[in-house]
Design a protein around this ligand. Sequence first.
Ligand code: DAH
Length: 349
Amino acid sequence: MDLFDKLKELHEEGLNQINKAKDEKTLNDVRVELVGRKGELTKILHSMREVAPENRREVGQKVNELRDLFNAQLDEAKEKIVKAVLAKKLEDEKIDVTLPGREAHLGSKHPINIILDDLESYFIGMGYRVVQGPEIETDHYCFEMMNIPKDHPARDMQATFYIDSEDLLRTQTSGDQARVLEKHDFSKGPLKMVGPGKVYRRDDDDATHSHQFMQMEGLVVDKNITMSDLKGTLEMISKHVFGQDRETRLRPSYFPFTEPSVEMDVSCFNCDGKGCPICKYTGWIEVLGAGMVHPNVLENAGIDSTVYGGFAFGVGLDRFAILKYGIDDIRDFYTNDVRFLEQFRKEER
Ligand code: DAH
């Protein structure tokens, strides 16, 4: 076959191969084979000796033309492949922006924390400080210092979980009173504190009982504190939490660490005092215990009870939340069901 035929065949075959290459690697192989240093066109140039001298110029020209043509076609084919790859990538990675987004499930403040945070700022505004005692408390602070000695019958009401004979899960935040009383320096002013936190009882859980719940202790000690200071404070708390229209009443009661002792009831939120199943037809719901600090509690902490006196109160925060929001099962506070918690989003401040 003479070189002209060879060139013609290469022309056809080359274009054919270029057209067939569907990816960059194959196309590159084709490029090497056609126009590379050891490619077909180079081979033809090398065999120029076999060409009659008068034809060499024409063969050379044809080889150059063919090289230009191949290069142009190769470039064009490459551009097509690059574009196709990009188009496929865009297609594969396409995002449907019309799909609805996934809703982020944001938690909300726990109803007890809503009340707690609100009460804390309320008391801070009246000059109280907020203290936090340990949940694993000693018998000494939880009971002994609070005038509940080992054989005292009041201990029966507060059965708890013992860690050993001295350490226990506290049944009440009242131990905070003793801890603060021991340290307070009365030359710097009166003692006014609230102590919120978790407490524990050995109770069988049901709609109104939980083995874990929240209390907030309150304590004010100074000279000349009277029962009317206590009454005014309790009434203010009630009105702040439950609203101005809610009636309150104090009933005589008994706590070992106060004398006299009272319990405060608020008029039933459900029937407005008329009587209903929620208030057991009394028209009142008990919300806290309180009283004038027992002299023994002051003396136990090294304070002269003939000079100083005060009042204390213990709020059941779960109770407050149940009454304020009309919740019918205390266990809802502790089972972490987001659907329950989300209902209080509008109450957050
Ligand atoms: N610690 C009591 C309880 O858990 C509540 C209480 C009553 C606290 C009277 C007080 C108080 O500070 O004065 O039942």
